[in-house]
Design a protein around this ligand. Sequence first.
Ligand code: FES
Length: 78
Amino acid sequence: MAREVTHEENGPTILDESDTGDDGKIYVCRCGLSDSKPLCDGSHNATADEEDGVVYKYDGDDPDGERRAIDEIVYERE
Ligand code: FES
């Protein structure tokens, strides 16, 4: 399983105590689907049934969006 995600940010962000959860830990998103990047917001639950060896794209990088298996993404330039 893997997924293609479009990132628009081009620099780092600083995390601090306000980013900690109730347990005092900071959960960093690694699935790429969080709306609260770099923090995990639970969106990774949508990936639970992804199959090994398949690359997915979620419409709008939205975990509730349509999920398609892709071989490759072809970008059209204007
Ligand atoms: S790991 Fe991405 S939302 Fe949790």
